[in-house]
Design a protein around this ligand. Structure first.
Ligand code: FIX
Ligand code: ZN
Length: 418
């Protein structure tokens, strides 16, 4: 083969893939963002960007400050310390730091000025609705899945009162307390008027299903979700298994909702860091295999936190069509891991995957999370097409668009519907 010709067509292929990836809007299937109707629950702006828990964890690598002193400060003061330590006293090369700069750059700021006051002033003049539009446009995201919990005392009253939905914000029903802390959840459900007892008898399991049906309907939930520790075991003689088998999964099947399992988080490894204090661990994916095998008619979405679990997860997806893999979650959402994991997934399960979700907690983060992720997905996909080209295969633009549409939410939509 003429090497020069091939190098030229490789560059051309990369450009065609870049163009498709830039143009096709994303359905961001897992975030912690809220419909603007939730008011202050929807975070945005420079101080929220800087006090993102990823950066809080990083600032304690450098700052000579007690946890107590840090948590006593106002958000602006915390942001000032983070800016000073992570951007001024050291170069901001971590993925979370770089993300702030990508976001600011795409919003039009000259980041080399290093001037927080200019940025704060600009944000103070923004109107929320316009900023939502601007961030979605810059990120090219057209739908966002929220994390909605009936157990969250801040968001619950908004749902109970009712509001006009912004159709771009889709709901996901979060059920961690139900699966991981049944004792306390039983009393919460009782207070809500559901007739439950701590022993998981028939009437209690029926009441849990009524609870899920009521909140699923109120949220118009697309799927149910839970984050699980690395020690998650299924089946087991714990309430988690009974509730999964006899309430959650039957609910999911009845209402056509997948169950998203995010596996590998060790909560509060360092509680002093608050939200930033969660760690991770490897899990035994035998439990996921058991779930997929025991419930062939239920649909499972899964992402795992440990890099070491990614290969086995892909192999499981090859065995179980009722399993859809998504996202490079949290500590794997760094270019080094994401590139490797994305390549692994495309090589093992082709395009039947959703390579990324943003997990954004601050609206503006959509801009950097999707800019960085698009770059990597694009690189890996073009490399795979290039491998095909060398067999004599040709991938026309309409097929690139089809494939990219799948990767950016289409495959997920199809999985939810089937
Ligand atoms: O459980 C989750 O949904 C996690 O994504 C969060 O708890 C975590 O704090 C986070 O923001 C990760 O990106
Ligand atoms: Zn999350």
């Amino acid at each position: 083969m003429n090497l020069e010709h091939h190098t030229g067509s490789r560059a051309n292929l990369q450009e065609r893939v870049n163009a498709a990836i830039a143009a096709i809007p994303v359905f961001d299937i897992h975030t912690h963002l809220y419909d603007p109707a939730f008011g202050s629950l929807l975070l945005y702006g420079i101080d929220d960007l800087l006090t993102y828990h990823y950066l809080v964890a990083e600032v304690f690598r450098y700052a000579d400050l007690t946890y107590e002193a840090f948590w006593k400060l106002s958000k602006t003061e915390q942001a000032d310390i983070i800016w000073d330590q992570l951007f001024i006293k050291h170069s901001p090369i971590s993925e979370a730091c770089r993300g702030v700069l990508t976001t600011l750059n795409k919003l039009g700021f000259d980041v080399k000025q290093r001037d927080l006051s200019v940025i704060r002033k600009w944000y103070a003049e923004q109107e929320t609705g316009a900023l939502v539009d601007k961030c979605l446009e810059l990120a090219n995201v057209n739908r966002i899945c929220m994390t909605n919990s009936p157990f969250d005392t801040e968001e619950r009253p908004v749902w109970e009162k009712g509001f006009d939905r912004d159709e771009r914000f889709i709901s996901g029903l979060r059920i961690d307390p139900l699966l991981l802390d049944w004792t306390n959840t039983a009393s919460l459900l009782s207070q809500d008027g559901y007739s439950v007892t701590e022993p998981l008898n028939e009437p209690t399991l029926t009441a849990i299903r009524q609870f899920l049906a009521a909140w699923g309907k109120r949220f118009r939930a697309k799927y149910l979700m839970v984050s699980l520790p690395p020690t998650f075991t299924y089946p087991s003689n714990k309430p988690t298994t009974t509730i999964l088998d006899q309430a959650v999964i039957p609910h999911c099947q009845e209402h056509g909702r997948p169950l998203a399992l995010m596996i590998g988080v060790k909560r509060a490894v360092n509680p002093d860091l608050q939200l930033a204090g969660d760690g991770m661990g490897r899990t035994d994916l035998q439990s996921l295999e058991n779930l997929c095998a025991n419930h062939p008619n239920a649909k499972f979405l899964c992402t795992v936190l440990a890099k070491e679990n990614q290969h086995e997860l892909c192999v499981l997806a090859r065995k179980f069509p009722n399993l859809h893999i998504f996202g490079c979650w949290w500590f794997t959402n760094v270019p080094y891991a994401m590139e490797e994991i994305t390549r692994l997934r495309l090589e093992l399960i082709g395009l039947s995957v959703t390579p990324q979700h943003s997990d954004a907690r601050v609206l503006d983060q959509l801009i950097y999370k999707w800019s960085h992720s698009r770059e990597i997905i694009s690189r890996v996909l073009a490399e795979k097409y290039d491998d095909l080209t060398r067999t004599g295969w040709h991938v026309p633009d309409d097929e690139i668009n089809r494939d990219v549409t799948d990767l950016l939410g289409g495959a997920f939509e199809r999985f939810c519907k089937c």
